[in-house]
Design a protein around this ligand. Sequence first.
Ligand code: C5P
Length: 400
Amino acid sequence: MPKTVGIGITGGIAAYKIADLVSRLKKDERDIDVIVVMTEGAARFITPLTMKTLSGREVLTDIWAPSQEWKVQHIGIAEQLDLLVIAPATANFIAKIACGIGDDLLSTIVLANTAPLLVVPAMNTNMYRNAIVQENIKKLVNTGINVMEPATGVLACGASGEGRLPEVESIYEQITTMLFPRTELLGKRVLVNAGTTCEDIDPVRFISNRGTGKMGYAIAEEAASRGADVILVSGRTHLAPPPGVKVISVWGAEEMCNAMLKYQPACDIIIGAAAVGDFTVARAAQQKIKKTGNGDQTLVLELVGTPDILKTLGARKQPGQIMVGFAAETENLLENALHKLAAKNLDVIVANDITMEGAGFAIDTNIVTIIDRNGEITALPKMTKRDVATAIIDKIAALL
Ligand code: C5P
């Protein structure tokens, strides 16, 4: 039985990349039928003829076009879909979805659609960061719509920042995962921590680190997409909660540790992706510490260690429980990672050399080596954190 995916293209320069996406989907051996719907703006960036040739089907652009069948066009199309994708999704089109506006063929199809919806934003960084655009995206996510994070890099307008269409390959992966969901983790409970911890100095100031939560959130999302029940204990991050994942928000390392200990006994798989601070302030001030001098004042803080969360959980590991940790290193990668694997009683450690370009904090890519308890070492090339998450979950599924 072929699956039918609707590809809605809206008017952004990244529209041209969707030709590649459609071609990729048509080459998939699993028989995917692609219906391309384009807004008027999209048809100015790439011709419907190109999309028609690649999809092997008439491209739909006009809400007033006479329908072949007796059914109203947008309703008839929506009923055929197993998945609807909007890529690239402009700020304007995202706003339309958020407000329930149906003023062209594609937006009416979105309203009539009951299949899962995947939205892939692509726009200028300032537009993407615009508070109203962000509010709209949040609204989509809270409604259960899947919204992909844009990539960061050089934009068509010449600026550099977040807002790029993710790589076609990642969109393709996301589409095929949604069309043909994998279920290896069905019935499994997965506990992930992510984000960064914060330690208060006083009621307004705190100590934190460069962690963004991208890696852990991608892992939680990937585990959920394979059927797991996922609990995500999250420190500070600006990321939206992944769909279908239960998020427990925490602030400091101790609070994170307590939350992890609470859920550990009920979970089959535990993944420690949080950037846990190793030190906390010995005595946080109850009131805001006053500035007294003219910039010549000094302030001495006494720091004390925080609990090593994974080590604490590792000591209480139950038979059959799988534990995964990370090792972000600047030297002696394998040696340090193997040491941590043993010291924290882990089954898998994901090591990365954060000095390498394309690896580490606050970027979309990572370069990791996955080492399991049997000593099997898999060095992966530079890839998106989403793809690293796929590789980590593949490894866990193989160990189960
Ligand atoms: O020892 P190191 O901090 O390099 O180990 C990194 C791994 O240990 C990560 O998986 C991190 O989430 C976890 N960790 C922890 N508690 C800490 C420090 C690190 O669980 N206090």
